[in-house]
Write a protein that binds this ligand. Structure first.
Ligand code: FES
Length: 177
Protein backbone atom coordinates (compact mmCIF):
# COMPACT_ATOMS: atom_id res chain seq x y z
CA UNK A 1 0.00 0.00 0.00
CA UNK A 2 1.43 3.39 -0.92
CA UNK A 3 2.39 5.61 1.99
CA UNK A 4 0.31 8.77 2.42
CA UNK A 5 2.34 11.94 1.82
CA UNK A 6 3.20 13.66 5.09
CA UNK A 7 2.37 17.33 5.52
CA UNK A 8 5.97 18.38 6.16
CA UNK A 9 5.41 22.06 5.46
CA UNK A 10 2.26 22.20 7.67
CA UNK A 11 4.06 20.53 10.61
CA UNK A 12 6.95 22.94 10.64
CA UNK A 13 4.58 25.89 10.32
CA UNK A 14 2.67 24.69 13.40
CA UNK A 15 5.94 24.28 15.34
CA UNK A 16 7.03 27.75 14.29
CA UNK A 17 3.70 29.26 15.37
CA UNK A 18 3.92 27.47 18.73
CA UNK A 19 7.39 28.87 19.36
CA UNK A 20 6.44 32.34 18.17
CA UNK A 21 3.40 32.35 20.49
CA UNK A 22 5.46 31.12 23.43
CA UNK A 23 8.16 33.72 22.79
CA UNK A 24 5.75 36.61 22.47
CA UNK A 25 3.93 35.51 25.65
CA UNK A 26 7.26 35.42 27.48
CA UNK A 27 8.20 38.86 26.10
CA UNK A 28 4.86 40.31 27.18
CA UNK A 29 5.24 38.81 30.67
CA UNK A 30 8.74 40.29 31.05
CA UNK A 31 7.62 43.71 29.81
CA UNK A 32 4.61 43.72 32.11
CA UNK A 33 6.70 42.64 35.08
CA UNK A 34 9.55 45.17 34.67
CA UNK A 35 7.84 48.22 36.19
CA UNK A 36 6.65 46.15 39.15
CA UNK A 37 10.11 44.70 39.66
CA UNK A 38 11.68 48.16 39.42
CA UNK A 39 9.20 49.58 41.94
CA UNK A 40 10.13 46.87 44.44
CA UNK A 41 13.85 46.88 43.90
CA UNK A 42 14.74 50.53 43.33
CA UNK A 43 14.06 51.83 46.88
CA UNK A 44 16.34 49.12 48.22
CA UNK A 45 19.22 50.30 46.10
CA UNK A 46 18.46 53.99 46.35
CA UNK A 47 21.55 56.07 47.06
CA UNK A 48 21.55 57.73 50.47
CA UNK A 49 20.48 61.35 50.26
CA UNK A 50 23.16 64.01 50.52
CA UNK A 51 23.15 66.82 53.03
CA UNK A 52 19.78 68.43 53.55
CA UNK A 53 20.35 72.10 54.30
CA UNK A 54 17.38 73.55 56.10
CA UNK A 55 16.87 77.31 56.39
CA UNK A 56 16.36 78.21 60.05
CA UNK A 57 15.99 81.97 59.79
CA UNK A 58 17.94 85.23 59.72
CA UNK A 59 21.13 84.73 61.72
CA UNK A 60 20.83 88.22 63.27
CA UNK A 61 17.45 87.48 64.74
CA UNK A 62 18.50 84.61 67.01
CA UNK A 63 18.67 85.57 70.69
CA UNK A 64 22.17 85.74 72.09
CA UNK A 65 22.72 83.61 75.20
CA UNK A 66 19.96 81.83 77.06
CA UNK A 67 17.31 80.81 76.37
CA UNK A 68 18.19 78.96 73.17
CA UNK A 69 15.73 79.15 70.28
CA UNK A 70 13.63 76.22 69.13
CA UNK A 71 12.97 76.07 65.38
CA UNK A 72 10.30 73.74 64.00
CA UNK A 73 9.93 72.84 60.37
CA UNK A 74 8.49 70.07 58.25
CA UNK A 75 9.99 68.16 55.39
CA UNK A 76 9.05 65.43 52.96
CA UNK A 77 10.34 62.02 53.92
CA UNK A 78 10.65 59.10 51.51
CA UNK A 79 10.61 55.85 53.43
CA UNK A 80 11.05 53.10 50.82
CA UNK A 81 7.69 53.27 49.02
CA UNK A 82 5.98 55.81 51.22
CA UNK A 83 6.21 59.59 51.02
CA UNK A 84 5.06 61.61 54.00
CA UNK A 85 5.58 64.91 55.82
CA UNK A 86 7.56 64.84 59.04
CA UNK A 87 7.83 67.52 61.70
CA UNK A 88 11.38 68.34 62.78
CA UNK A 89 12.79 70.49 65.55
CA UNK A 90 16.20 71.86 66.36
CA UNK A 91 17.56 74.04 69.15
CA UNK A 92 19.83 76.94 68.24
CA UNK A 93 22.23 78.55 70.69
CA UNK A 94 24.67 81.39 70.11
CA UNK A 95 26.81 83.45 72.46
CA UNK A 96 27.81 86.14 69.98
CA UNK A 97 25.40 85.95 67.04
CA UNK A 98 28.20 84.68 64.81
CA UNK A 99 29.06 81.22 66.03
CA UNK A 100 26.13 78.86 66.47
CA UNK A 101 25.39 75.53 68.04
CA UNK A 102 22.48 73.65 66.52
CA UNK A 103 21.12 70.50 68.15
CA UNK A 104 18.73 67.93 66.82
CA UNK A 105 15.90 68.31 69.35
CA UNK A 106 15.50 64.56 69.90
CA UNK A 107 16.75 63.28 73.21
CA UNK A 108 19.50 60.72 72.67
CA UNK A 109 17.86 58.30 75.11
CA UNK A 110 14.62 57.34 73.35
CA UNK A 111 14.00 60.30 71.08
CA UNK A 112 11.60 62.57 73.00
CA UNK A 113 11.75 66.25 72.10
CA UNK A 114 13.76 68.25 74.63
CA UNK A 115 12.57 71.59 76.04
CA UNK A 116 14.35 74.43 77.72
CA UNK A 117 13.93 74.35 81.47
CA UNK A 118 14.16 77.97 82.70
CA UNK A 119 14.82 77.01 86.31
CA UNK A 120 17.57 74.54 85.55
CA UNK A 121 18.80 76.59 82.58
CA UNK A 122 19.25 73.35 80.68
CA UNK A 123 17.52 71.34 77.97
CA UNK A 124 15.16 68.87 79.58
CA UNK A 125 13.72 65.65 78.18
CA UNK A 126 10.34 65.16 79.88
CA UNK A 127 10.10 61.43 79.20
CA UNK A 128 12.69 60.17 81.70
CA UNK A 129 14.08 63.47 82.97
CA UNK A 130 17.22 63.57 80.92
CA UNK A 131 18.99 66.90 81.31
CA UNK A 132 21.50 68.44 78.88
CA UNK A 133 23.84 71.39 79.17
CA UNK A 134 22.95 74.03 76.58
CA UNK A 135 26.45 75.14 75.55
CA UNK A 136 27.92 71.67 74.99
CA UNK A 137 24.94 69.34 74.87
CA UNK A 138 26.58 67.27 77.65
CA UNK A 139 24.38 65.02 79.78
CA UNK A 140 23.82 66.53 83.23
CA UNK A 141 21.34 63.98 84.54
CA UNK A 142 19.16 61.05 83.60
CA UNK A 143 19.56 58.07 81.30
CA UNK A 144 20.67 59.61 77.95
CA UNK A 145 23.72 57.66 76.79
CA UNK A 146 25.40 60.55 74.93
CA UNK A 147 25.23 64.35 74.57
CA UNK A 148 22.64 66.00 72.36
CA UNK A 149 23.40 65.53 68.67
CA UNK A 150 24.89 68.70 67.24
CA UNK A 151 24.30 69.47 63.58
CA UNK A 152 26.48 71.11 60.96
CA UNK A 153 25.43 74.71 60.29
CA UNK A 154 26.34 77.60 58.00
CA UNK A 155 25.37 81.22 57.45
CA UNK A 156 24.78 82.23 53.85
CA UNK A 157 23.51 85.64 52.79
CA UNK A 158 22.58 86.34 56.38
CA UNK A 159 20.53 83.16 56.72
CA UNK A 160 21.31 80.39 59.19
CA UNK A 161 21.04 76.87 57.80
CA UNK A 162 21.60 73.48 59.39
CA UNK A 163 22.28 70.13 57.79
CA UNK A 164 19.44 68.24 59.39
CA UNK A 165 20.06 64.62 60.29
CA UNK A 166 18.54 62.06 62.61
CA UNK A 167 20.67 59.71 64.66
CA UNK A 168 20.10 56.39 66.34
CA UNK A 169 18.87 56.77 69.89
CA UNK A 170 19.71 54.72 72.95
CA UNK A 171 23.36 54.13 72.11
CA UNK A 172 26.55 55.89 73.15
CA UNK A 173 27.78 56.44 69.58
CA UNK A 174 26.44 59.12 67.27
CA UNK A 175 25.31 57.07 64.27
CA UNK A 176 23.17 58.69 61.58
CA UNK A 177 20.08 56.89 60.34
S1 FES B 1 13.74 59.96 76.11
FE1 FES B 1 14.88 61.52 77.05
S2 FES B 1 15.38 60.73 78.97
FE2 FES B 1 14.34 59.11 78.00
Amino acid sequence: MPEEPRDVAGGSRRRFLKWATALSALGAAVLAGLPTLRAFVSPTFKKPEGKRWVKLGEADLFDVGLPPTKVDFSETVNDAWLESRALRSVWVYTEDGEQFIVYNAHCTHLGCIVFFDKDKRALHSPCHHGLFEVKTGAVLAGPPPRPLDSLEWKVEDGMLYCAYQDFRVGIAQKVSV
